[in-house]
Design a protein around this ligand. Structure first.
Ligand SMILES: [Zn+2]
Ligand SMILES: [Zn+2]
Length: 258
């Protein structure tokens, strides 16, 4: 029985992944409507009733959107930091809230979740490194630069979901107002393709089986460009065998298991 990743959708307007082992099914983020998430679960042959918990990484709408509805309807707990709870969930009816402390691991089924602090313009955002039966997965989006903590958390993984938000030239020459361009490119913004490829070169190793690129900007990135950049980098590194997927906003990714 392996560690499974189902990306229900990822991009600047909505993010939701399901991490599973056996009968334990944990959502990371709920950035689509309850109905949309239910429909996408059904496409994988799963029902919302099978969910064990919802982990919300931070309070931005593309991550938190229907978390409270899922928690209430499915009677499952929401796990967030205090900062995320206070900014996005405190006022809403929830079934149960469990506080997450960056650096302090917790277990759901046989899976151990390590919350990792991320540099992002949110109250107390986290990414996750997940370990189970010797298998390791990292799930990291929404960070402006690769801190040494993030870099260490990405090492030694079998499977990674990593942000590839924007191409620097597309952002620079694109239609966004200057202030928004600055916010995205800042240390508390989002990870560029270029920065992602740089860290990929540092953390790629023979045991890395698959990498999913997520949280693409619809305006400042595009799939063929990113695919070409990734292929070129992997070729240069002699890692052309490394399988990768570019996650989409509007469709689910194939089930990945390590
Ligand atoms: Zn986001
Ligand atoms: Zn965010």
């Amino acid at each position: 029985m392996g560690l499974q990743l189902r990306v229900l959708g990822s991009g600047s307007s909505g993010n939701c992944s399901l991490i599973s082992h056996g009968e334990t099914h944990v959502l990371i983020d709920a950035g689509f409507s309850y109905r949309e998430i239910s429909e996408r679960l059904v496409q994988y042959g799963l029902q919302p009733e099978q969910l064990t918990a919802v982990l919300v990484t931070h309070e931005h709408g593309d991550h938190v959107r229907s978390a409270h509805t899922i928690s209430r309807k499915m009677k499952i707990p929401i796990f967030t930091t205090e900062g995320t709870f206070a900014t996005a969930l405190q006022e809403k009816p929830l079934f149960d809230w469990v506080e997450v402390f960056p650096g302090r691991s917790f277990q759901l089924g046989a899976m151990v979740f390590h919350p990792i602090t991320l540099p992002h313009d949110a109250a107390d955002p986290v990414g996750y490194r997940i370990e189970c039966g010797g298998r390791v997965m990292a799930h990291m989006t929404d960070f402006g630069y690769v801190s040494s903590l993030v870099r260490e958390s990405l090492r030694g993984c079998d499977l990674i979901l990593l942000e590839a938000n924007h191409d620097l030239d597309m952002l620079r020459n694109g239609p966004y107002p200057w202030s928004l361009k600055q916010r995205i490119a800042s240390k508390l913004g989002h990870l560029s393709n270029e920065a992602m490829l740089e860290v990929l070169q540092e953390i790629a190793h023979d045991g890395l089986e698959h990498i999913v690129f997520g949280h693409l900007s619809e305006t400042n990135n595009n799939v063929p460009l990113l695919r070409a950049q990734v292929r070129q980098t992997l070729r240069r590194m002699g890692l052309h065998e490394l399988a990768f997927t570019i996650a989409r906003q509007d469709q689910i990714c194939d089930l990945l298991e390590v």
